[in-house]
Design a protein around this ligand. Structure first.
Ligand SMILES: Cc1cc2nc3c(=O)[nH]c(=O)nc-3n(C[C@H](O)[C@H](O)[C@H](O)COP(=O)(O)OP(=O)(O)OC[C@H]3O[C@@H](n4cnc5c(N)ncnc54)[C@H](O)[C@@H]3O)c2cc1C
Ligand code: SF4
Length: 505
């Protein structure tokens, strides 16, 4: 029986890590299987050369686009998953995002339950990830049953001055809701030092609340929870009647092995979870596991993202920059009666990051000047589920992502609106770049949940319609994702699934 577990969770990222954390106190025998290792804590964590020029921690893997051209996905296979390098801006979706919303390119479909049925899980997720925020300044803020656990991270002087100027133009600049372990009134006792290498770097001090530090590490303090690293799950196997996923095939440096469990939870990230289910096709499930609806891998979304670098004559000496957001255009614009999206600051740019966007002949000195004078923004617009945007496997098992972006008009409009505001504030040069296919940071939707087994893969508790004991708790479940960053919703949903499992196990 040593290879048998009550619950096997595949993937130690936001979804899987949170579920392990929430189920650990049940005493159930839980195994977390993670293909990667711990991300090393080393000086290179904060070295922009290593992060932007050498992609030191990125997965050594290629995926194929629609034309089967390989690309290097910005994915991180480590304990904590993609959250190890995330920007830690954890946001609630808006109340309206749970209903149907009309966009330029179509309709963002409703979730199978309203915001009110989910709200308390957001509060629990905010407590778990030590969210810093300020209630009451955001006109789009949904109802909250509990205040943020920590006060907002204050703006640096340059950012405060921009916030004040935007406010004087009638906007409602907000403090971003951030998952960092920082006590503003006791900085000397705070793990977080508000450094300039947070987004998108790993935290050398373990002061960023990510899926490893906030969830996996605490879960492992329980004797009944075990973590296997450097272990790739290659297939899921079922009972003869096809109703239960009872075994998990793993590959390690030592070879291939099979483990068994009463409950199997897939949480490999939206693209890898779809790939694993498709790879697990069998006589009982010829189109792939949990795929009688033919929806596994379809409807993938990733947000329309652009970086906007705005240059002013005035130098920007901000160290920790990611504190400000603008949500005034989330549901409509000055001339638009449809949603445009959200605006937030990024971590302070480095010349090495700009180099990846710049024309090849631009000198390092020019890039350094730009970085000294820039304020760096990140613009996000919702994209819509399209069944033709899908993950499949090639005959030799490679991941192929056939993806055509949609809803780009409001995205472009939002960029123009922000540029106009910043021009009024004295910025004179703008550089924006829309993120390409490799930036699959916000991948969601490949196993969407719903009540109809013909049009969804999972039921609203994230159990596969086709099986009795198979769950998916990563970002795959989103039927629509709004324009807020997705990870707080992934964490909240995993806490909800944990409650369901606790009552049903
Ligand atoms: C640079 C960057 C910045 C970001 N910034 C933000 C932000 O500020 N705010 C926000 O909300 N979101 C942000 N995100 C997105 C966020 O990281 C993801 O939404 C979140 O991590 C997704 O959670 P998940 O559980 O779906 O997958 P992950 O967290 O990616 O976890 C999946 C895990 O499964 C493992 N795995 C995959 N396949 C297998 C297999 N076959 N066998 C075993 N293990 C497997 C992976 O190694 C990984 O650990 C950012 C992402 C990146 C990359
Ligand atoms: S700002 Fe804080 S949490 Fe982020 S990398 Fe620096 S010390 Fe870590």
């Amino acid at each position: 029986m040593s290879n048998h577990y009550d619950i096997i969770i595949i993937g130690a990222g936001a979804g899987g890590g949170t579920l392990a954390y929430a189920l650990a106190p049940t005493g159930k025998r839980i195994l977390i299987i993670e293909r990667g290792d711990y991300l090393p804590r080393e000086k290179e964590n904060w070295d922009p050369d290593k992060i932007f020029l050498e992609q030191r921690y990125q997965a050594q893997e290629q995926w194929l686009d629609a034309e089967e051209k390989p690309f290097d996905p910005q994915a991180y296979y480590v304990v904590g998953g993609n959250t190890k390098l995330y920007g830690a801006a954890l946001q609630r979706m808006r109340q309206e995002d749970f209903g149907e919303l009309k966009h330029v390119d179509g309709v963002s479909p409703a979730w199978p339950f309203p915001y009110e049925a989910f709200e308390t899980y957001y509060s629990r997720a905010e407590s778990l990830f030590k969210i810093h925020g300020q209630q009451g300044e955001d006109p789009t803020e949904p109802p909250m049953s509990a205040d943020y656990p920590f006060p907002a991270m204050p703006h640096a002087p340059r950012i405060q001055s921009i916030a004040d100027q935007l406010a004087s133009k009638g906007l409602n600049p907000v403090h971003l809701t951030l998952a960092l372990d920082r006590r503003q009134n006791q900085p000397e006792h705070s793990p977080c030092i508000r450094c300039d290498t947070c987004d998108p770097f790993p935290c050398m001090l373990d002061a960023k609340c990510d899926a490893q530090t906030a969830c996996v590490d605490p879960a492992l303090t329980y004797d009944n929870v075990t973590l296997l690293t450097n272990t790739l799950v290659t297939r899921l196997l079922t009972t003869a009647d096809g109703r239960r996923a009872d075994r998990v095939e793993i590959k390690t440096a030592q070879g291939t092995e099979t483990l068994s469990a009463d409950t199997v939870v897939v949480s490999c990230g939206a693209i890898n979870s779809a790939a694993l289910l498709l790879r697990s096709a069998s006589e009982q499930h010829p189109n792939g596991l949990a795929n009688s609806s033919d929806q596994v891998g379809r409807n993938i979304m990733k947000h329309n993202h652009s970086a906007l670098i705005a240059i002013a004559p005035e130098a920007n000496d901000t160290i920790f920059q990611k504190t400000l957001g603008i949500h005034d255009y989330y549901f409509s614009g000055p001339l638009q009666d449809y949603p445009l999206g959200q605006i937030q600051l990024t971590g302070k740019n480095k010349w090495q990051r700009l180099k990846s966007m710049a024309p090849a002949n631009m000198s390092q000195a020019t890039l350094e000047y730009m970085v000294q004078h820039s304020v760096d923004w990140w613009i996000t617009t919702e994209d819509l589920p399209d069944p033709n945007n899908r993950v499949t496997l090639t005959a030799d098992g490679q991941i192929k992502v056939d993806f055509t972006p949609n809803n780009l008009k409001p995205h472009q409009e939002l960029i123009s609106i922000l540029e106009q505001h910043l021009k009024d504030l004295g910025f004179y040069l703008f550089w924006h770049k829309r993120m390409d296919l490799a930036v699959f940071w916000h991948q969601v939707g490949t196993c969407r949940f719903g009540t109809d087994p013909h049009t969804s893969v999972l039921d609203p508790n994230c159990r596969a319609h086709d099986l009795d004991n198979l769950y998916v708790v990563d970002a795959s479940f989103f039927p629509a994702m709004g324009a807020m960053n997705p990870t707080l919703t992934i964490i909240a949903n995993a806490l909800k699934v944990a409650d369901h499992l606790k009552s049903s196990l």
